[in-house]
Write a protein that binds this ligand. Structure first.
Ligand code: PBG
Ligand code: ZN
Length: 325
């Protein structure tokens, strides 16, 4: 056979394969989401997310030690408050659970990069991401509360804020208040392309944030829409977003690719709770090779264009990457 081109030549062994490998997962790119709650000596496993816990603050600090040891540079914090109300006051309280966690984390580990999720749904009794009137999620009145939430978080020491609510104009509202209060140096990582998704199920179990009526389709995007993701990203960058998030990640590789190609800003893919739960369940049954599948899935996000990976697998990934060195 006279074949001029034989791609297999460059696949002959691991040495040459690794020499020509195009994409890599690096520890520096990992962001580990964590859940904090009130109380003491509590470390409650989330049943649909084996290996992921709700921590009381003392246990949170213990857990952070491992995050640091493994070299994972950043955490994304979510809070489960003592009590919820209709206006989500726990989200913007000076001594709210996330504010306390951010303060403690920065005291113990000044170099840990602390990112806080900005939303109301973990703190509202109705479970929606905004204020409610006559069964509708209000947009503009919610903006003030989101901005207050972000401000209280950076006052507590957060290095970066990540609004996940999907209200129109939230990035502008947050940017304006942060700038006014002397925090013009704090970046915003916006969940720009966030879709209404069945893949958030386990997270909502963890945060107790399932909407008590209706669903999130009036604010999160329709999963059928790609062009709309471009509009959302456009608006967020226009309003001052420094980085963007595409969420979920696994079924949205096209969105990662398109937004990265067009906007070029640093992009994080959020490998969400349901994606984690599926892998864990199949692995527990011995149906798949967990390490192989996790690394392959995360690599697909990088290949699509993601710079950063927000993943509940972060600690395992850090361990695996270490073993390979
Ligand atoms: C809050 C928020 C959610 C997630 C991140 N921030 C839940 C939702 O929008 O319902 C999902 C994270 C995950 O599923 O891992 N708005
Ligand atoms: Zn929310």
């Amino acid at each position: 056979m006279e074949l001029k081109r034989r791609p297999r030549r460059l696949r002959a062994n691991e040495t040459i394969r690794s020499m020509v490998r195009e994409n890599h997962i690096r520890i520096e790119n990992l962001i580990y989401p964590m859940f904090v709650m009130p109380g003491e000596k509590k470390k409650m496993e989330i049943s649909s997310m084996p290996g992921v816990y709700n921590y009381s603050l003392d246990e949170f600090i213990v857990a952070l030690h491992e995050v640091i040891e493994l070299g994972v540079p950043a955490v994304l914090l979510f809070g489960i408050p003592e009590s919820k109300d209709s206006v989500g006051s726990g989200a913007y309280h000076e001594h709210g659970i996330v504010q306390q966690a951010a303060r403690l984390a920065k005291q113990h580990y000044p170099n840990l990069y602390v990112i806080t999720d900005v939303c109301l749904c973990e703190y509202t009794d109705h479970g929606h991401c905004g204020l409610i009137e006559n069964g509708q999620v209000l947009n503009d009145p919610t903006l003030d509360l989101l901005a207050k939430t972000a401000l209280s978080q950076v006052r507590a020491g957060a290095d970066m804020v990540a609004p996940s609510d999907m209200m129109d104009g939230r990035v502008a509202a947050i940017r304006e208040l942060l700038d006014k209060e002397g925090f013009s140096h704090i970046p915003i990582m916006a969940y720009s392309a966030k879709f209404a998704s069945g893949f958030y199920g386990p997270f909502r179990e963890a945060a107790g944030s399932t909407p008590q009526f209706g669903d999130r389709r009036t604010y999160q995007m329709d999963s059928a829409n790609g062009n709309e993701a471009m509009l959302e990203t456009d608006l967020d960058i226009e309003e001052g977003a420094d980085m963007i998030i595409v969420k979920p990640a696994l079924s949205y590789g096209d969105i990662i690719y398109r937004t990265k190609e067009k906007y070029g800003v640093p992009l994080a893919a959020y490998n969400v709770s349901g994606e984690y739960a599926m892998v864990k369940a199949a692995a527990a049954n011995g149906w798949i090779d967990e390490k192989r599948i996790v690394l392959e899935a995360l690599l697909s996000m990088k290949r699509a264009g993601a710079d950063l990976l927000i993943t509940y697998h972060a600690l395992d990934v850090a361990r695996w990457l270490r073993e390979e060195r």
